[in-house]
Design a protein around this ligand. Structure first.
Ligand code: ZN
Ligand code: CU
Length: 499
């Protein structure tokens, strides 16, 4: 039987819990009945009627979390139990962000940043259809929806991806993109911040975004610059999405570097103004440190930098760049160069900016976790419980209903994932049961690989995928193809309203 059809799983009744349904609406007490892969009833005092009963008394019953910003393309194949995500209550990951997707590309030795996906030699899927088949064969524990990376398209079609693409190369990119959309990809991502995407102008990006827009997909972007040129970079993203007539998602929005701290007041007002004319969403992770490959222009001698991996110097992993430079008797920039290829956490943001972006109504939660790093940023294991526990409960940044909405209903709507992200009859039974009083991230920059506290039970497509203290998670995830119905299409100014 194919995974997740649920025909062999008995009915399940989650009894006595408090439902937060993902729409942003206030919580209510209800039982939830699941048959096969779907929720069939939500209401008071539902009869067991042959169902296995799970006591959810004193617990929140919420839609499984959707991690809208991941680089999990390869790890869903190579480590399908997906414990870092499942243990947070994540039931769906969106892969292919920041211009980097594993497919469609066959290449023995990709350049950075494509090597973020677990190595330079992992690119073996000539088409998105081949990647979809690989996901189905791997049977990951979470659902997978895929963006097509613009840098991947460039590396697939250009000898030299560091220059503008010729019309013939652009035409080839369009062909690859069309195939990927036909295979179910949900949109296009770009990373013009990175060298492999940087030579593209708005016309090249909008040509591709236009194909995505016409197919009902989304366009996401890691903008060109998140420091002093952040407003110009946002304008470039707005123009691209407008020209391509595609809904836009700004990836991991931030104002980086001490000179730009506090400027999210400006950038969010700028985004607000643009949202009157076009649909725009954001994603954000709840930490003041970013993480990516080692890049010397991010080394300013002021911010702390923590090494997450280094091919020539693996012994320097988990150490600060400043201490390595001191030991080597060189500048931090020089040490950064000697450590490459490698990765790092950059403590480049300020807390008030992070909170302002998290609170913004169009902001969804995305981990941006890097699953192949030796000593990963703790966002890989801690993002979702940190928003629910630290930011919502402990700091009172927003109600729990809003926190859940930002990781479920809003995300499903922005990325057009049909019948996901809500607790209601007819929706897929992606469900997380957690304790609002104890949910907490335990992953830290010192010890980043640690399961969340307070997550009791996770269901994916109606099957038990995770129980606290159980070792081997279930594997009932599947590839989620783009919604093809003409159903809900986002319009300018359109986000699901928080309560
Ligand atoms: Zn990025
Ligand atoms: Cu990313």
């Amino acid at each position: 039987m194919p995974p997740g059809t649920g025909a062999d799983s008995p009915a399940l009744l989650l009894r006595g819990g408090t439902v937060i349904d993902g729409t942003g609406a206030p919580r209510f007490s209800a039982d939830v009945r699941i048959e096969g892969e779907r929720i069939v009833a939500v209401g008071a005092n539902l009869a067991a009627n042959g169902a296995a009963v799970v006591d959810a008394g004193g617990r929140i019953v919420a839609p499984g979390f959707i991690d809208v910003h991941t680089h999990d393309d390869q790890v869903v194949l190579s480590a399908p139990p997906m414990l870092p995500k499942l243990s947070q209550g994540v039931t769906t990951v969106i892969v292919g962000n920041c211009g980097i997707s594993l497919a469609p590309l066959v290449h023995p030795d990709v350049p950075p940043p494509l090597n973020l996906l677990g190595g330079a030699d992992k690119y073996v899927h000539p088409t998105m259809a081949a990647y979809v088949a690989a996901v189905d064969a791997a049977r990951p524990a979470v659902n997978v929806a895929a963006l097509v990376g613009h840098s991947t398209l460039r590396v697939a079609t250009m000898e030299d991806p560091y220059r503008p693409a010729t019309p013939a190369e652009q035409a080839r990119m369009c062909d690859l993109l069309r195939e990927a959309l036909a295979a179910g990809a949900i949109g296009l991502s770009s990373g013009v911040f990175y060298a492999t995407g940087a030579a593209a102008d708005v016309d090249e990006l909008a040509l591709l975004a236009g194909i995505v827009g016409a197919a009902g997909g989304v366009y996401t972007t890691h903008i060109r610059q998140e420091m002093d040129k952040v407003l110009d970079s946002l304008d470039e993203a707005f123009a691209t999405a407008r020209q391509g007539n595609a809904p836009l998602v700004i990836s991991h929005h931030k104002c980086a570097g001490p000179a730009n701290w506090g400027r999210t007041v400006q950038t969010l007002a700028h985004i607000d103004a643009a949202r009157r004319d076009q649909p725009i969403g954001l994603d954000c992770y709840p930490y003041i440190a970013g993480s990516t490959v080692l890049r010397s222009e991010l080394v300013d001698g002021i911010i702390d930098i923590l090494i997450t991996w280094s091919t020539p110097h693996p012994e320097m992993t988990a150490r600060s760049l400043a201490s390595i430079a001191h030991e080597w008797g060189c500048s931090q920039v020089e040490a950064c160069e000697r450590l490459q290829p490698g990765g790092a956490c950059y403590f480049q943001m300020r807390e008030d900016d992070v909170q302002r972006v998290l609170q913004y109504p169009a902001t969804m939660i995305g981990s941006d976790g890097l699953p192949h790093d030796q000593h990963p940023h703790p966002r890989l294991w801690g993002t979702f419980p940190r928003v629910l526990g630290h930011y919502s409960r402990d700091l009172g940044l927003f109600p729990l209903e809003t926190a859940v909405h930002k990781m479920t209903g809003l995300s499903a709507r922005q990325f057009r994932l049909a019948d996901r992200g809500e607790i209601r009859a007819g929706a897929y039974a992606d469900v997380v049961v957690f304790d609002a009083a104890t949910i907490r991230d335990t992953a830290t920059f010192e010890l980043p690989k640690a399961r969340a506290a307070g997550i009791d039970l996770v269901l994916v497509n109606g099957e038990v995928a995770y129980r606290r203290d159980a070792d081997e998670p279930g594997r009932s995830g599947r590839f989620l193809a783009r919604e093809r119905s003409s159903g809900r299409v986002l319009k300018a100014g359109d986000v699901a309203a928080p309560p």
